[in-house]
Design a protein around this ligand. Structure first.
Ligand SMILES: *Cc1c(COP(=O)(O)O)cnc(C)c1O
Length: 417
């Protein structure tokens, strides 16, 4: 089979409009978000306004990163040292990092086979821990039944922070991901849905929370100059109470994000066309188990996850190695040691976790994860899927042959003794 020879980490270039806007910012020399002329709307202001319109929310704050936004989200929500924060057990390390940063005590919740938070375990752990906060990470863009989740949250009085790093452009039952909970945070890091290298966005319907978040983000006395924010009276008395955790976005990043945001829904369709080519091919083979994505979930297929539930650890490692040799980069969450961007809850020892997550561990043991950059064509995706399926089938075939030979040997041995 022909080797695939394109890069899994190659992004699309910043388009001409973004480059022109970035050059204009550089020519002005006014890169800092509060460095403006009278009545000027900076690129950061405009990006916040446009994101507010896009998501259908009033309050938007652009930050230095999503991990940063998550940390000040927790602080703005009122988390103080020692407060329990519920969080799904499979996510990216900036999420437990944000809980630690805000002084929270993480209480991890199990995952289901469809890569969503287990709502029964959530209810149980909310009950047991008495936690008042939920950090809900829509890991790799899989949305749990948000209607049910919000019912559980309401029952236990949970303040919900959505980590939407992989769900910009996604919806549950026609409602935008990030508009369900009390706060939502998005990432504009290179491998997410819009790309400024680094960057984060915090949104909330609560004016008091937004006022705090703006001051935490390092507004100095310019908090009144935010366009997608509550009126000045909401900030009264706050700046003396809230420290400056300096983590603003700058005009250069905002300038290249604006044209990308305008294309977000086009990008979603492009991602999903690629995702579906790969998913359809995998579903034709019995070795693979693909998560069910129900009709109410409008997802963004910027990556794909699948399981090889009957594969042993040796076979899974062989799968990664063989695909790598064929130019296809898979990440295996069950590997003994974290690699690249991925780690598992067992690696987050700074959290001092009390309980283990057997269900999540069993799930992750056979999960493969693959990025789908938009620089791949549909033909590329077909070729990638063919490689994945053929490698899995070869592994199954070789193992069967080995089993047969072993059985012969054992049979022969038994017969002669
Ligand atoms: C990338 C990511 C983050 C953090 O984003 P940064 O902008 O890199 O800080 C948080 N959660 C998930 C699930 C992510 O994938």
């Amino acid at each position: 089979m022909k080797k695939f020879n394109r890069s899994f980490t190659q992004q699309q270039p910043i388009d001409a409009n973004g480059i022109a806007a970035a050059v204009a910012v550089m020519q002005s020399g006014r890169l800092h978000r509060y460095n403006r002329e009278a009545n000027e709307h900076t690129e950061t202001d405009l990006f916040e306004q446009e994101f507010a319109r896009y998501l259908g929310v009033n309050n938007v704050l652009a930050c230095a990163s999503c991990g940063y936004a998550l940390a000040i989200a927790l602080k703005s929500a009122g988390v103080v040292a020692g407060d329990a924060v519920l969080c799904n057990g499979w996510t990216l390390s900036p999420v437990p990092g944000a809980i630690h940063n805000a002084g929270g005590e993480a209480v991890l919740v199990e995952m289901t086979g469809d890569f969503c938070i287990d709502l029964d375990d959530l209810a149980q752990k909310a009950e047991q821990s008495g936690a008042k906060y939920l950090m809900l990470s829509h890991m790799r863009g899989h949305l749990v039944d948000m209607t049910r989740l919000m019912t559980v949250a309401k029952r236990y009085g949970l303040f919900v922070i959505e980590d939407c790093a992989h769900t910009m452009g996604a919806q549950w039952d026609g409602k935008n991901s990030g508009s369900f909970g009390d706060i939502a945070c998005f990432s504009t890091q290179t491998y997410k849905h819009i790309n400024s290298g680094e960057g984060g966005i915090l949104v909330t319907p609560h004016n008091d929370v937004m006022a705090k978040a703006i001051i935490y983000s390092g507004s100095y006395m310019f908090y009144g100059e935010h366009p997608a924010a509550p009126e000045l009276s909401v900030f009264e008395g706050l700046y003396q109470q809230i420290p400056n955790y300096s983590g603003r976005m700058d005009n250069l990043r905002a300038a290249i994000l604006r044209p990308q945001l305008a294309e977000m829904d086009v990008r979603r369709e492009a991602w999903n066309a690629r995702y579906q080519v790969i998913e359809q091919r995998l579903r034709q083979s019995k070795a693979f188990n693909c998560p069910v994505r129900v009709g109410k979930e409008t997802y963004v297929g910027s990556s794909i996850q699948f399981r090889l539930p009957d594969f042993s650890n040796e076979q899974l490692q062989a799968m990664v190695d063989r695909c790598q040799a064929s130019g296809v980069v898979l990440k295996w969450f069950g590997a003994a040691h974290p690699q690249g961007y991925t780690s598992s809850y067992k690696d987050w020892q700074y959290l001092n976790l009390a309980a283990s997550l057997p269900q999540t561990e069993a799930l992750l043991a056979t999960v493969m994860d693959m990025r789908i950059p938009l620089t791949f064509s549909l033909e590329d995706c077909q070729q990638i899927a063919d490689i994945i399926v053929s490698q899995a089938e070869q592994i199954v075939k070789t193992t069967k042959m080995l089993d047969l030979t072993n059985q012969d040997k054992e049979g022969g041995h038994a017969g002669t003794s």
